[in-house]
Design a protein around this ligand. Structure first.
Ligand code: NIG
Ligand code: FE
Length: 417
């Protein structure tokens, strides 16, 4: 039997629980549950109790809880969740920035042999250990920003062996960082330039040879595809997703980034999320709003490429669920600053604080199919971030400049400032 460890954190000026809020549609700031002078009692890796610090203090003392006594003003939020990243990659694409600013589009760079394929070449050159090490470094940077759960995609291997290498590197990284890494197989990122014959043969090789190993080795429960004219079309991807569904994988889609079509595929296959959506119009918004698929905006990709933002306001007003993720990757979104990007999207799309915070907490958890995090609620994992302020609105107002003071992951303090 493991010894029971209790920790009481407080008094917290405002604990913003993100509890009792709708999964879909708009949210007003007034709907937020904010507990003043709060205490959070942790039992091992879970939140045991949340309420008034001074009411909880005597009992916590009597059971020998460690007291993390806060001597100034802090706001507590659930650990932030980045539900879409590509942080496992080799090299960089710094030259693309200059090319794009000189007038070349992302797709033109890709067509001329650069773009994603450039990163594939560099990632293939890196060893599994090197990729794991790079992924750990990036995950730890996110952890410092209060992000305690990070989805990580493959997709720069683009062969049976290299995709497995990436996913094994992500698994190894997950075992060596406090952040939880949620792996996704994005073998259907772009058709590999060196695969003999056709796209379909490549996808068949992945379903036949990679999918079973994902299950055997516990490498990923999620399958993603980039649906795009220059990547995979809805027709290309049909049997791939069908096979993935039959095998019990969750589906997620890179949808409507440059052309529409992906969101329909996502909804048709009951995808857990449809991500990007920069060019989604009324029809796509309606399709998503009337489905259970979570819409994921990736403002970092809009900033990276200089293209319009995902119509987040319209999606929420139509009744969709909205998560926001960084898309951190070497091409379209090299910045990787989730809170900054979510706050800026809020500015452009007129989102409430509650909508921005929901999009990087419990709605992002839903986009990953995780019910055990994303709120400060008894029974959930004790992932908690403390910001040095007495007003939760400063977190979005400062657009990412206000950094966490303490971060707890599964009840353990992983960042002390
Ligand atoms: O989500 N759109 C496709 N894939 C990634 C970019 C990958 C890259 O450019 O390296 C994205 O933006
Ligand atoms: Fe992406």
């Amino acid at each position: 039997m493991q010894p029971i460890k209790h920790t009481l954190i407080g008094p917290i000026r405002q604990a913003v629980t993100m509890a009792n809020l709708p999964l879909k549609g708009g949210i007003k700031d007034e709907q937020l549950e904010i507990i003043p002078e709060a205490g959070i009692l942790i039992k091992n890796d879970r939140i045991h109790q949340i309420g008034s610090y001074w009411d909880m203090y005597p009992e916590a003392q009597s059971i020998g809880a460690e007291i993390v006594n806060l001597k100034s003003d802090f706001v507590a939020l659930p650990g932030l969740i980045d539900c879409h990243t590509h942080i496992c990659f080799g090299g960089n694409r710094a030259k693309d920035y200059a090319l794009r600013n000189a007038g070349k589009s992302y797709l033109e760079i890709a067509k001329s042999g650069g773009g994603i394929w450039d990163t594939v070449t560099k990632t293939r050159k890196a060893s599994l250990e090197k990729l794991a090490q790079l992924t750990i470094q990036r995950a730890n940077r996110h952890l410092k920003d209060g992000i305690t759960t990070i989805e990580v995609k493959s997709g720069y291997g683009l062969s049976v062996e290299e995709e497995l290498k990436m996913l094994r590197a992500i698994k190894q990284a997950g075992e060596n960082t406090h952040a939880d890494l949620i792996p996704t197989c994005l073998a259907a990122h772009i058709p590999p330039k060196d695969f003999e014959v056709t796209h379909r043969n490549y996808l068949k090789a992945i379903t036949d040879e990679v999918f079973p190993i994902l299950k055997e080795e516990g490498l990923a429960n999620r399958i993603d595809a980039f649906i795009e004219e220059t990547a995979f079309t809805p027709v290309d991807i049909h049997s791939y997703f069908q096979k993935a569904k039959e095998m019990g994988f969750d589906i997620t889609v890179h949808a409507d980034q440059f052309y529409t079509g992906g969101s329909q595929v996502a909804v048709d296959f009951g995808a857990i999320s449809a991500d990007h959506l920069e060019v989604s119009g009324e029809k796509e918004i309606e399709i998503l709003a009337t489905s259970d698929t979570i819409a994921v905006a990736l403002p970092g990709a809009s900033m990276g490429l200089g293209v319009p933002y995902t119509p987040a306001r319209k999606l929420l007003d139509a009744g969709a669920s909205l998560a926001i993720a960084s898309d951190w990757n070497p091409g379209s979104a090299p910045m990787g600053d989730l809170l900054m990007q979510a706050s800026v999207l809020g500015t452009f799309e007129k989102l409430s604080n509650a909508e921005v915070l929901a999009a990087i907490t419990f709605r992002a958890a839903a986009a990953l199919g995780l019910q055990d995090r994303g709120q400060l609620t008894p029974g959930l994992i004790a992932d908690i971030v403390l910001f040095p302020t007495d007003d939760y609105r400063e977190i979005t107002y400062q657009q990412g400049r206000l950094k966490p003071f303490k971060v707890f992951k599964k009840g353990t303090e992983v960042l002390k400032v």
